[in-house]
Each structure stands twice: as structure tokens, then as C-alpha cells.
Write a protein that binds this ligand. Structure first.
Ligand code: FMN
Length: 216
């Protein structure tokens, strides 16, 4: 693949929020998840797990759980200051209920050898505590799961599927882990809703000069 083809693939992927109801073959989902596991990841620990849910009733339960928490938050007195945003968030909280497939991305904890030393010193060494704070700001396990999610979105797009990365279902993290019977040592990171696309949204990006700075 030349760089122009890669650029076309990357730039033509869009988050899809409307799907046809056609079944997505397991083999295609398996291929996208397998490619996702080739993403770079901390220590090549591969502590991620994926659950591809095609059962309508289970997807509905997850969507209801997210909608219920969203409605609750939006009806609290503090929400009055952001009423317009609240209405929009509530309206969009659970559109993934219409996706033919929802792939849950989960991660176990990851400790590098350095983290192990820092954790052992955390209770008495303020510097170790501070450095652990830096590590916890951007946990390696979450960076790794995110790399897999991004890779999966590209693979799904190349396959002809439409997907979206959803962080908002984290509002119902515990309910989703219970509904999917997730082992206690794994944590829910995000949901990827997938299906054959039934919309062609457009999005743009800010000029690269706003995002990139060279230091020579
Ligand atoms: C970490 C992350 C979390 C996201 N969470 C949501 C979400 O909860 N709800 C939603 O509608 N879109 C969500 N998105 C999709 C973004 O809105 C979308 O990627 C962004 O608007 C850019 O559009 P594009 O993906 O079509 O380029 C999320 C994307 C990322 C990477």
C-alpha cells in the first residue's frame, strides 16, 4: 500500500451513528479484532479483551443502562447551567442500541517493572508518589487499549463497515461489566458500535500547523 492509499483510508473513515440492520458476519469482526491486536501496546502485555455483542437484548440492556445514568445526571440541579448540552447528550446517549454489533473493549491493569518499584515505595517516598501520578495520568493499559480501538476502526472501515468509538457508555461502567459478565480484573474502557453504514457524514480537521510543533 502506498502512502496515498493509506491517506485515503485514514481520511475517509468517519464515525458512523446510523446502520443498516444487515447481519455483520462473525469472520469480518474477527478479522478486525485480530488486526486490532497488532496495535502497539505497553510491554507487548496485550492485556486487552474484546467482547463482540450481537444479541439485541443484551445491547438493549447496555443502552438502557447508559440512557438511565445520562437522564439522571441531566436532571440534577447542577445540570441546569448546561441545559442545551444536557439535552443533546441525553438525546445521543444510547443511539448505539440500533447497532447490529457492539464490541466492548476491556483492559486489565498493567504495571511496568518501573511501576512495580514506584508502587513499593509509594507509601513513604513522595517522589515515587509524584512519578506514579504522572503514570496514572495516562495509564499504559488505557493507551494500549486505545491504540487497539483506533486500529480496529481503520480495519472495520477498510472492510466496508461503519463504526464509532464511544466513551460515554463508561457512565454505566459497572452495569455493563455485570451485563457482560466481565471478570473482576478486567475494566470496561469503551464501546465500538459497528454495522454496515447507513449515512455518510462529513468531518474536517484543523490545519496541521495548529497541532504540530517541531523542536530542532
Ligand atoms: C475517545 C473517544 C471517545 C468518543 N466518545 C464518543 C461518544 O461517547 N459519543 C459519540 O457520539 N461519539 C464519540 N466519539 C466519536 C467522536 O465524536 C468523533 O471521533 C469525532 O467527532 C471526529 O469525527 P470522525 O470520527 O468522524 O472523524 C468518540 C471518539 C473517541 C476517539
Amino acid at each position: 500500500m502506498d502512502i496515498e492509499a493509506l491517506e485515503r483510508l485514514i481520511k475517509s473513515r468517519r464515525s458512523i451513528r446510523k446502520w443498516k440492520q444487515d447481519d455483520v458476519p462473525d469472520e469480518l469482526l474477527k478479522k478486525a479484532v485480530e488486526l486490532a491486536t497488532w496495535a502497539p501496546n505497553g510491554g507487548n502485555f496485550q492485556g486487552w479483551r474484546f467482547i463482540a455483542v450481537k444479541n439485541r437484548e443484551i445491547i438493549r440492556k447496555m443502552a438502557d443502562a447508559v440512557q438511565s445514568v445520562s437522564d439522571k445526571i441531566a436532571s440534577q440541579p447542577e445540570a441546569m447551567s448546561w441545559q442545551e448540552d444536557m439535552n443533546r447528550y441525553r438525546k445521543n446517549a444510547s443511539f448505539f442500541r440500533d447497532a447490529p454489533v457492539c464490541i466492548g473493549v476491556f483492559s486489565g491493569a498493567y504495571q511496568s517493572p518501573m511501576d512495580k518499584v514506584l508502587v513499593a515505595r509509594e507509601s513513604f517516598d513522595p517522589e515515587a508518589r509524584e512519578i506514579l501520578g504522572f503514570r496514572r495520568f495516562a495509564p499504559t493499559a488505557i493507551q494500549s487499549a486505545s491504540a487497539a480501538a483506533a486500529t480496529m476502526l481503520l480495519a472495520l472501515h477498510q472492510i466496508g463497515l461503519g463504526a464509532i468509538w464511544l466513551a460515554s457508555p463508561l457512565l454505566a461502567k459497572q452495569e455493563i461489566e455485570t451485563i457482560l459478565n466481565v471478570p473482576a480484573e478486567m475494566g470496561f474502557v469503551c464501546l465500538i458500535a459497528v454495522g454496515y453504514p447507513d449515512e455518510s457524514p462529513q468531518k474536517d480537521r484543523k490545519p496541521i500547523e495548529q497541532a504540530l510543533k517541531f523542536v530542532y
